[in-house]
Design a protein around this ligand. Structure first.
Ligand SMILES: [Cu+2]
Length: 512
């Protein structure tokens, strides 16, 4: 396999070569900046904030700031001045106190992706919004049963979440204890790789646009970095895709990966693979076994985007330098923590969730409806184990995500899937379908939360729905009456207002 970086392929374009010569002649500053891209700095370590005695109290100052990504200067929006995001390190059972200070000229808030905690009050409640100048306090209890692993936190403001996350408003969250599940890995080095992308099409600088090809991809805020291993060494890499929309295919030249965990949760077996496919928002825990001494490119392979044949170009994100004394690596992992196969459980309800869109980049639907923050789309009694069929009625990639609960993928396009633990994201194939099972059994998740496409552009344009998990024991006549009355009032409000496009959806819900 031959990998071609955008830089190399550009060298063969005479127009770009001429442009480069002109730039080198007339702009010494730019050629200096180019060296910082082509030279190899060590992969930047990220700032970590760790809990002490079961509590992590942090202030996140969200502010607009110029960020340097290789040659480009972008208008970022970041926490505490840090584009890749401060890493929050907690243990199962810890309490996380966050003071979110909004210095931005727009609204923001926080979602704790993959954490199966309460969606109410000051917890993982995305109904709360910090206006410019406001401060929001969060208190999030990390469940004792939260699988140790890699999670992340990010802005979740409907309509602008793509911009906010792309500008930098996200960070990794580590629930400590993943590696401790595997005695074989007691001495391996761990690395955290935060992947981000930034769409850079508004630039007036043609040099920047041409070399970076619209998307600036980075690892830990660096567009090109060096990682080092000894021949034969095994390392554990935790890779978090914090991009707003981008599906990463990551390959390491002449090397394979062994996947041992996904979306924070350890797998049930090793899966050896040539390239890691990382959906937007997904996390992958992989073992890397260094080969012979040498330099190996870490490549973000081109992926098909959108509905057409468009394919982004391969891009080299860094290199692995294998050097020094050979050391013994780690053999196959034999013992994985057990998980319950939900196929052995009785199914209390089945539902169908259909993703569709108009081809105008502005209308994305779940079950024919765009998101309405006042509408509850799905009500689930606490205690249900459910099977959902997710269908993609479009030619574009959609990635299902649900808050507060992880799930088991049982079928893709009718093919039964072997049980390999739980995830919180699944790609629904274009014109295809996926079956998943979920246990809505933990009382802590009672409340209203979201399921949506995690291509944030799609979510911002409607592809999100609200679910309410309710406790049937507390659902009395009065609360049922109040729900009906409040629905009536909203319905009347819509009749009187201009939002007639929602009236028929209300009528449908009323009779459903
Ligand atoms: Cu989508």
């Amino acid at each position: 396999v031959t990998y071609t970086s955008s830089f190399q392929s550009n060298c063969w374009s005479w127009r770009r070569a001429l442009f480069g010569i002109l730039l080198a002649t007339f702009s010494p500053a730019l050629s200096v900046r180019a060296q910082t891209v082509e030279g190899a700095d060590a992969l930047p370590a990220l700032q970590e904030l760790s809990s002490v005695n079961g509590v992590l109290s942090v202030t996140l100052e969200a502010a607009e700031q110029k960020i340097h990504l290789g040659q480009a200067e972008i208008d970022g929006a970041v926490y505490n001045g840090n584009y890749a995001g401060p890493v929050l390190r907690v243990h199962p059972g810890d309490v996380l106190n966050i003071k979110l200070v909004n210095h931005l000229a727009r609204t923001t808030n926080l979602h704790f992706h993959g954490i199966d905690t309460s969606p109410l009050g000051m917890s993982d409640n995305i109904h709360r919004v910090a206006d410019p100048g406001e401060t929001l306090d969060y208190t999030v209890v990390i469940p004792k049963a939260q699988p140790p692993g890699t999670y992340w936190y990010h802005d979740h403001i409907h309509r602008i979440s793509e911009k906010n996350v792309m500008d930098g408003l996200s960070g990794a969250m580590i629930v400590d204890g993943f590696v401790q599940q595997f005695p074989e890995l007691a001495h391996v080095k761990e690395q955290l790789l935060v992947l981000k992308d930034y769409e850079y099409e508004d630039s007036n600088d043609p040099y920047v646009v041409k070399t970076l090809h619209k998307f600036i991809q980075s690892i830990n805020g660096s567009v090109y970095s060096k990682m080092a291993m000894q021949p034969g060494e095994t390392q554990l890499w935790h890779i978090v895709n914090q991009s707003a929309d981008y599906y990463f295919d990551i390959a390491l030249k002449n090397h394979k990966f062994r996947i041992i965990g996904e979306d924070g949760v350890s797998a049930l077996r090793e899966t050896e693979i040539n390239k890691i496919k990382i959906k937007p928002a997904s996390r992958m825990d992989v073992l890397v076994d260094a080969g012979a001494a040498g330099d190996y490119d870490l490549v973000s392979e081109g992926v098909v985007t959108g509905a057409g044949p468009d394919k982004t170009q391969d891009r080299i994100l860094g290199k692995l330098v294998v050097e020094g004394e050979p050391i013994a690596g780690v053999g196959s992992i034999e013992n994985f923590p057990p998980r319950e196969d939900l196929r052995s459980r009785k199914i209390d309800a089945t539902r169908s969730v259909v993703f569709s869109q108009l081809n105008d980049d502005a209308h994305y639907y779940i079950n024919g409806l765009m998101f309405d923050p006042e509408r509850v789309d799905t009500r689930v009694p606490l205690g249900n184990v459910e099977e959902w069929t997710l269908r993609n009625d479009s030619d574009e990639m959609h990635v299902f995500h649900i808050h507060q609960v992880s799930f088991q993928v049982t079928e893709i396009n009718g093919e039964p899937q072997p049980f390999n633990s739980y995830v919180d994201l699944v790609r629904i194939p274009e014109r295809g379908s996926v079956k998943i099972r979920m246990a809505f059994t933990d009382p802590v998740i009672v409340g209203k939360f979201m399921y949506h496409c995690h291509v944030l552009k799609h979510e911002d344009h409607g592809m999100m729905a609200m679910i309410e998990v309710y406790d049937p024991a507390k659902e009395n006549m009065l609360s049922r009456f109040w729900q009906r009355v409040s629905a009536d009032l909203r319905f009347a409000g819509h009749l009187c207002g201009a939002r007639t496009q929602n009236v028929w959806s209300k009528v449908r819900l009323w009779f459903s």
